[in-house]
Structure formats: structure tokens, C-alpha cells
Design a protein around this ligand. Sequence first.
Ligand SMILES: NC(=O)c1ccc[n+]([C@@H]2O[C@H](COP(=O)([O-])OP(=O)(O)OC[C@H]3O[C@@H](n4cnc5c(N)ncnc54)[C@H](OP(=O)(O)O)[C@@H]3O)[C@@H](O)[C@H]2O)c1
Length: 245
Amino acid sequence: MRVLILGGTAEARDLAVRLVEAGADVTSSLAGRVSRPRLPVGEVRIGGFGGAAGLAAYVRREAVDVLVDATHPFATTMTEHAVAAGAAAGVPVVRYARPGWSSRPDAAGWHWEPTLADVCRVAGSLGRRPFITSGRQTLPAYAAWTDRDVLVRVVEPLDEAPPPGWTVIEDRGPYVLAGELDLMRRHRIDVLVTKDSGGTFTSAKLDAAAELGVPVVVLARPVSPVGLTAVSSVEVAVAAVCGGV
Ligand SMILES: NC(=O)c1ccc[n+]([C@@H]2O[C@H](COP(=O)([O-])OP(=O)(O)OC[C@H]3O[C@@H](n4cnc5c(N)ncnc54)[C@H](OP(=O)(O)O)[C@@H]3O)[C@@H](O)[C@H]2O)c1
């Protein structure tokens, strides 16, 4: 069975291991955004496909049997392309995304917002020393925050110089509570801005915010498109791929 995993996440790497163990012929695809990516087992290809049509052509050419979208929960364009390409090539699509953070006990006290504009508005009203952890691609939404002490954490360097007053940290985690407490105390953070990425790699900031009484503003997950099989555990993902979907 030939499986194409659209990756770039820890879950995708985990799934590649499990599918190779199960005897599948696995190729993982990375977008090529990260300079030193953690590589999965099996074959790896890097770079965009050239839209949904390009992905469909790849799936046909490589005789892919199952397309697994294991990209980040907020990689919405890739997910849309996977659905369209799967339909065009007549190949099933499994969407494997880690569970979000909404079931955490403290999540009910957070500010859940549907759009980045809402996140910006609400966070802007809650504090003047925000800690932005919603990803490099979201930063233009906060560009007007030149009058406050902004702390930003990103995996890759920014393409352009940040606005004055911003402090940018490059780090890729995983993070631990002691480090997050220290960072947020040193910068006197008064509001945490994040998105519902889920998982444990980056969740220590949420524990730190709870301990420090810092309000949390969260960008909610995008709605999953129809036309795919959505799963949230590696076991179910393996069963869906190997058992036929
Ligand atoms: N968004 C996040 O917050 C986030 C966080 C951590 C990791 N990531 C990872 O970073 C990568 C890019 O995420 P994104 O949010 O920028 O994607 P996106 O906006 O959904 O996709 C934009 C374009 O990037 C290319 N692309 C994305 N993922 C790809 C993959 N796995 N293999 C080949 N091409 C890919 C595709 O180009 P073509 O149209 O040319 O095919 C796609 O149309 C993904 O691998 C994702 O898992 C994203």
C-alpha cells in the first residue's frame, strides 16, 4: 500500500513510523518552510505541489492509495487541497490532527475567538504586555501594536524586522513549565495569545498562564471541510489507513 503523508508535525512523524512498521510504502511531504526540519522515517519529499491540481497529479503519478493529511491543525489550505486532490484522483483522504486544548479544565476560562481580528481586539483590551505564540504567519494581525511591549516566539526567523518595542525569541520547543514561568515573569506578561494547536510540546505556557493568573486568548480551530475521514489518534489513523477508508 502506498501512502502519502502530508506532514510537518510530530504526529505525522509518529504516523510514518507506525505505517512503516505496518508494512506500508510511506512517503512524507514537507512544505520546506523550516530550515532544519525534523525528518520522518521513510521517503521524504520537500516543497509545494503547485496547488490541488499538482497534488492530484502527484497522487496519480506515484500511484498513491491513501492520502493522509497530518499537517498542523491550522494548515487549512493544505487540507483543502488534500480534499480536492483526493476527489480528483479517486483516493481516500484521512485527516489526522491532534486533539485541541478545549478539554483542559482551565480552557473554559479562556477567551476563545473565531478569527485573528477577534483575537487581536480581545487581547488588545486585556493587556499591554502580550506574549504572542500564534505563529509567524499570524503576526501581521498585530502590526498595530507598536505602543506596547510585545513578546513574540517563533520557530523560524522573521522575514522582516519586527515593529519597534517587540522582542522576538526564536525557539521550537518542547517547553517546560519552569521555563515558561520564568519567561513570562521576566517580561511581565499580562496576556497570552495563542491558537488551539493542541498537544503537549507547547502547552506549558498555558499552565504558566494559569499559575500566574494571566488571561489567555485563543484562536479557535478552523472548521474541518467535508470529504475526509477525520481522526485524532495515531492508532485510529493507522487503522483507517490499513483497514481501508
Ligand atoms: N500553520 C501552522 O500553524 C503550522 C504550525 C506548525 C507546523 N506547520 C507545518 O508547516 C507546513 C506549512 O503550513 P502552512 O500553515 O503554511 O500551510 P498552508 O497554509 O495550509 O499551505 C500553504 C501551501 O504550502 C504548501 N504546503 C503546506 N504543507 C505542505 C506539505 N506538508 N507538503 C508540501 N507542501 C505543503 C502547499 O503548497 P502547494 O499549493 O504549492 O502544494 C500549500 O498550498 C505544513 O507542513 C504544516 O504541517 C504549520
